[in-house]
Design a protein around this ligand. Structure first.
Ligand code: PMP
Ligand code: GLN
Length: 378
């Protein structure tokens, strides 16, 4: 086969979840909750199904959900997006990111990403004939180097893809970072694709710096979010994109032939559920308690905890335990210790291995306690 993606194998999340299952290990690898979502969501889906809302939704999504998204974004970040022309509901953030790249990147265009980078970005760019320009974030603080960004921008730069709160490093960009991004893209044709799927999971009183907080930056940004993270429903695969009208028009040209539209009763249920803002407002405290529990329980272990300022991930170093490559170490941890994790080298194109692994703490306390009990014996 003449592969379009010769370097790509199976995503690390599938690989590690499969190994965890095979070994009967506690799965702290792939990011998803092990607790259920709110019953009300299920009731609302059943309600809309029984009420006969089982045919195609409009291609941009059902109007009440787009209106609820517009309301939330305006209330939190101050930019008002037109529900009719500037908001589209997608089949999760993955489809949103892929579609944004397909709609906006021409062959030969350069797209700047920050490594470690979420594993779907580069293949999406490469499939469009784009060139991935990788800038490095280094352990332990993983801050962007804005001089390096400035130096990486060329007349061919079409897009910069950012992600804060960041998977896998659990860092959160500051207002200063966003100001740099705004300054460096001002007056250029660069589109910012901002992956904000963890927008509601920011800890210690810090606020999420959305590109939608700055009207000027928002005017050249495509912002992506996911209901999977916010409402504990990763398996429903529903997310959304907000962008100014001209960018959204291009996005929809591709979206209509990619998925056309997404699940109708689920969208209507989400619109009902979003009416109560306390649901997303409470998420940061909910996950901060889990982060604190997990970190405290690992306190007696030989793992070295890096900061976790947002997301539901915790990075750890294991240099006090061994100097194995991270992929070998997580495999051994899964098989012998019974706890699965993600090797951070999977987020680097060249497999750069800083001997750091990622745990997901979106789990019941009992799960976290059992995992930490095992991890403290390593
Ligand atoms: N971007 C990031 C940074 C993610 O962590 C994830 C999911 N873990 C996604 C995108 C994909 O989100 P979805 O499941 O809604 O496709
Ligand atoms: N984004 C999730 C993670 O980082 C996984 C999603 C997936 O498996 N594609 O673990």
């Amino acid at each position: 086969i003449d592969s379009r993606l010769p370097q790509v194998g199976t995503t690390i999340f599938t690989v590690m979840s499969r190994l965890a299952q095979e070994c009967g290990a506690i799965n702290l690898s792939q990011g998803f909750p092990d607790f259920n979502a709110d019953d009300m969501l299920f009731e609302r889906v059943a309600y809309w199904m029984r009420a006969g809302f089982n045919q195609y939704a409009p291609l941009a999504g059902v109007p009440p959900l787009r209106e609820a998204i517009a309301h939330k974004v305006a209330a939190l970040y101050g930019t008002t997006y037109d529900a009719e022309t500037e908001i589209t509901v997608t089949a999760g953030a993955t489809q949103a990111l892929f579609t944004a790249v397909a709609a906006l990147v021409h062959p030969g265009d350069e797209v700047i990403v920050f490594e470690p980078v979420y594993d779907s970005y580069a293949p999406a760019i490469e499939l469009q004939g784009g060139r991935v320009v990788r800038l490095q974030l280094a352990a332990p603080d993983y801050r962007p180097d804005w001089d390096a960004v400035a130096a990486a921008i060329t007349p061919r730069t079409r897009m910069i893809m950012i992600n804060s709160p960041h998977n896998p490093t659990a860092t959160v960009w500051s207002a200063d970072d966003l100001a740099w991004l705004a300054a460096l893209t001002r007056g250029t044709g660069i589109v910012v694709v901002s992956d904000e799927v963890y927008e509601h999971i920011v800890f210690d009183g810090t606020r999420h710096e959305s590109c939608a907080r700055d009207a000027e930056l928002a005017a050249r940004s495509v912002i992506v979010s996911s209901f999977g993270k916010t409402y504990h429903i990763t398996g429903w695969k529903v997310g959304y994109v907000v962008a100014p009208r001209e960018l959204m028009a291009e996005f929809r040209k591709v979206h209509q032939f990619n998925v056309f539209t997404v699940n109708t009763p689920v969208q209507l249920a989400l619109a009902d559920y979003m009416a109560d803002a306390s649901r997303h407002e409470g998420l940061a405290a909910f996950y901060q308690a889990k982060r604190d529990f997990f970190r405290a329980a690992l306190g007696g272990s030989r793992f070295e905890l890096l900061p976790s300022a947002g997301t539901y991930f915790q990075l750890v170093r294991y240099r006090a335990i061994c100097d194995e490559p991270d992929t070998a170490f997580v495999e051994r941890l899964t098989r012998d210790t019974g706890v699965a994790a993600i090797p951070v080298s999977a987020f680097f194109a060249d497999g750069r291995d800083e001997r750091v692994i990622r745990f997901c703490f979106a789990k019941n306390e009992a799960t976290l306690a059992a995992a930490c009990e095992r991890l403290c014996r390593v």
